[in-house]
Design a protein around this ligand. Structure first.
Ligand code: GDG
Length: 517
């Protein structure tokens, strides 16, 4: 018998769950102030969520950590502003929890391991235990907010156990998970203690759909699940008991129009004129990232140094604008990277510069959108050379700001974006020779060739921006979840007494006992 069409809820609500809420709270005594935060996930998703607001049947809520620990007497006010201004619900974590969970398991274990920095990984049982506890707290927070008919979309490596924990209590709710960083190959993944790895995979498999930026990451995930847990994978997806989990590739786009429009705004035009006079006719090379050893900033500086050594004719004709945004302050390898960068900047400026010319202009700060877009739209070359990067949005934003289609993107083959931005000058960032050579090529590329390459990338980025990215994911999530419910209903009709459905318990999926519901 064909499945009956399901009744659509009057309003479909998407609950976004991520480590950070889309705003930052700061506190001065008893006064709280709120500021919209500007990270890639937040600005990207905000564009898509804004489109939901204009459709009668869709709405959203956001669950996450507000950025500081908040004393109980201020929580009422925080919750009320969070809900009315941002549709958000805070998860409170203590400083100690943040230390073990965020600085610890997330950024000393998962981040370096998933970015192939095995030597930086800390395997610490205490970190793992707090990671599990914090995932449970997020689960409690979702359970307070979720209603029948809602869709839950969990984001990123901080919350990999959450889909499984939610599935325990929400057997029929559509639950999706998207990983913003690489998923490493099996050989890397299995470096972590086996029980952790198994629980993380089972946690992810609580989802109906698990999404990745690139096909390589999707393939690594499927390979790891089949080898570590023994689940079968077919065209339909990964079989977990009678559930089928879809693992798929969803390369994230940017809010293209936001950048393209900002680039032609009056404010940016004025800022461009100021920057032009500062540059005194020098060509501008850009380097903009969060402070992170994975972004390959030190390698980039080595490449620039070699370029200056090999090309004295370019001295006094080129300037590298190096913007490094503070990030994960307090994690050891980050402060070491900062020291390394600053030492190299001093060396290069000292060795090659003179009173009238500074080869690197360095800023260690988060810069507002207008100066960011000004740099993007003035940069003759963007050097984007991560050693590993899930996607890399900087490369896409640079192209969106090139409204006359000039400029050259030099891009690492280890950025997820390299799969889409195939007309960029692609390099291996481990080779300073390749970086130096690519920079020379970029500076000498004829304008007509720059435009030809960029137009083709820009057309793709404009077409597949962040809204279709999110829509495609949600569409697959609804499709997978519906198929799942239909399968269950069918099995129930065919074998009313049999128990196909595995339940998630203590980090794994198990056959329910006869007395369990
Ligand atoms: C993770 C993955 C993946 C940075 N500095 C400033 C600033 N930003 C904005 C950029 C961009 C975002 O932050 C950075 O995004 P990325 O993609 O480059 O890198 P991650 O922060 O590591 O993001 C990454 C991403 O998630 C999305 O899935 O692509 O691979 O690691 O939007 O514009 N913005 C402003 N001032 C700054 O100084 N205004």
């Amino acid at each position: 018998m064909p499945a009956q069409p399901e009744q659509q809820p009057a309003e479909q609500r998407v609950i976004i769950v991520s480590n950070r809420l889309p705003f930052t709270v700061s506190r001065d005594g008893d006064v709280l102030s709120f500021e919209q935060s500007g990270g890639g996930l937040v600005s990207g998703l905000s564009a898509w969520l804004a489109t939901l607001g204009s459709r009668r049947t869709y709405s959203y809520a956001w669950i996450g950590w507000p950025g500081i620990s908040v004393p109980s007497e201020l929580r009422g006010e925080l919750e009320s502003v969070a809900e009315t201004r941002f549709n958000a619900h805070p998860v409170y974590l203590t400083d100690e929890e943040m230390n073990q969970f965020y600085q610890g398991f997330c950024n000393r274990t998962i981040w370096p391991l998933f970015h192939y920095f095995q030597a930086y990984v800390a395997y610490d049982e205490e970190y793992w235990s707090v990671y599990k506890e914090v995932n449970r707290q997020f689960c409690d927070a979702v359970m307070k907010v979720v209603k029948p008919g809602d869709i839950v979309w969990v984001h990123d490596y901080h919350l990999m156990l959450l889909p499984g924990l939610l599935r325990e209590q929400l057997p029929d709710t559509p639950i999706g998970f998207f990983l913003h960083i690489p998923f490493p190959g099996y050989e890397l993944f299995r470096m972590m203690p086996r029980t952790w790895g198994q629980q993380i995979l089972n946690g992810l498999l609580g989802s109906d759909v698990v999404g990745f930026h690139s096909k390589d990451y999707t393939d690594h995930f499927i390979d790891t699940v089949t080898r570590m847990l023994g689940y079968k994978h077919s065209e339909a997806g990964i079989s977990v008991g009678d559930r089928i989990v879809s693992a798929g590739t969803y390369p994230m786009g940017i809010d293209y129009e936001k950048y393209a429009q900002a680039a032609v705004s009056d404010e940016v035009q004025r800022a461009k004129a100021d920057l032009k006079s500062t540059l005194q006719g020098c060509r501008l090379v850009l380097s903009i990232d969060r402070l992170d050893y994975t972004k390959g900033i030190v390698n980039r500086l080595r490449g620039y140094e070699l370029f200056l050594e090999q090309n004295p004719n370019w001295h006094e004709k080129v300037v590298l604008a190096l913007v490094v945004t503070p990030s994960r302050v307090g994690v050891q390898h980050y402060s070491e990277t900062k020291t390394q960068i600053e030492t190299m900047v001093g060396q290069i400026n000292g060795e090659f510069g003179n009173i009238g010319w500074v080869p690197i202009r360095y800023q260690y700060a988060f810069i507002p959108l207008v100066p960011l877009v000004t740099l993007y739209s003035m940069g003759d070359v963007a050097l984007v050379t991560p050693l590993r990067d899930g996607m890399n949005l900087i490369s896409k934003e640079y192209l969106a700001c090139r409204t006359d289609s000039t400029g050259v993107l030099v891009l690492s083959i280890f950025a997820g974006a390299a799969n889409e931005l195939t007309e960029a000058v692609q390099i291996n960032p481990n080779s300073k020779e390749e970086i130096a050579e690519a920079l020379l090529t970029a500076l000498e590329t004829p304008t007509s060739e720059q435009i030809r390459r960029n137009r083709s990338m820009q057309n793709r980025l404009r077409e597949y921006d962040v809204t279709p990215w999110a829509q495609r994911f949600i569409k697959q999530l609804l499709r997978s979840s519906r198929a799942q419910r239909e399968r269950h209903a069918e099995q129930q009709r065919a074998h009313p007494t049999s128990r196909h459905r595995l339940i998630y318990k203590d980090g794994t999926f198990v056959q329910p006992k006869d007395n369990e519901p």
